[in-house]
Write a protein that binds this ligand. Sequence first.
Ligand SMILES: [Mg+2]
Length: 352
Amino acid sequence: MRPGGLCRIHHAASLASAASIALPCFPPTTFPPPAFRCFRPGTPRAGGGSMDSTTMSPPGVAVRDPKSLVEKKTAIRCAGCSKLQVIADFDGTLTRYWIDGRRGQTSHGLLQQGNAEYDARRQALYEYYHPLEISPTIPIEEKTKLMEEWWEKTHGLLIEGGVTYDAIKKSVSEATIAFRDGVVELFEFLEELDVPVLVFSAGLADIIEEVFRQKLHRSFKNVKVVSNRMVFDEKGCLVAFKGKTIHVLNKNEHALDMAAPIHDKFGYPNGYNPDSVLMKQRTNVLLLGDHVGDLGMSDGLSYENRIAVGFLNNNTEMSFKSYLDAFDVVYLNDASMRGVVELVSQLCAENQ
Ligand SMILES: [Mg+2]
């Protein structure tokens, strides 16, 4: 998630089609490294990415330490679903990275203010700050301040240039954004078991919720969005943002205290949320992210067991090792969510 970035990168249609079958996009002789070579225990389910219950895994899935993963799965299963929670990033994790050969948009990037000058000014901020964000030479403290600047300037432009809730609905309806296959199945399964899902994003909560409404046509009582939340006046015009800004480098600080129901625009006052107490009692975590930094989403929790699943959507060859160092399971090339559905079904299985 980055604010302002309105990029629409065109990409070969062949890669989009490759997403569902998760083929490596570089010579297989160089990937994965021998120590991480994937097993092929059986025929994966349609959509790719399903996992065997003991080892792993079909093409496009890698596991850092199969023995450790089995131990974590066993511990979580034995503790029961009442101890489990899911923390998920939104952009590029619940949503697809490629859509019909085009780069999918983010919850920030899809927003068109209906004011070309302000759309351009937000894009200019993206072009200035994004290189700073990814710079390996800027110390984290300095970078955190820069990210705060970027997010706050962007939010200021959204207020100054005018945004209405109707503009949000229109932007979502015209956006290139879609959930991964299997996301609905995952949420339904977790809802049935009363396992909470915290969707944690440095994007915009109101837009994420609108994406849920327009793309899924439903809500889930167990899913809560923690993100930057807008305040609208009686005419539906944006007038403020609630609370502290959540940006890409502080997603860990406000997760539980800012949680609010998915269809409650105004949520709870900052700093208090009865749900946070219940969430903190769930000490087993399934974390879903598409950046190594997403691991920080669980930093506010004293968890006993955490299984971290990473979606490595692009730049696979360069980033594979760092992802496998960081995540327990890595799905490659914009995979579907069906492997996670199968993982959750194993975590929540009884009497195994
Ligand atoms: Mg993301």
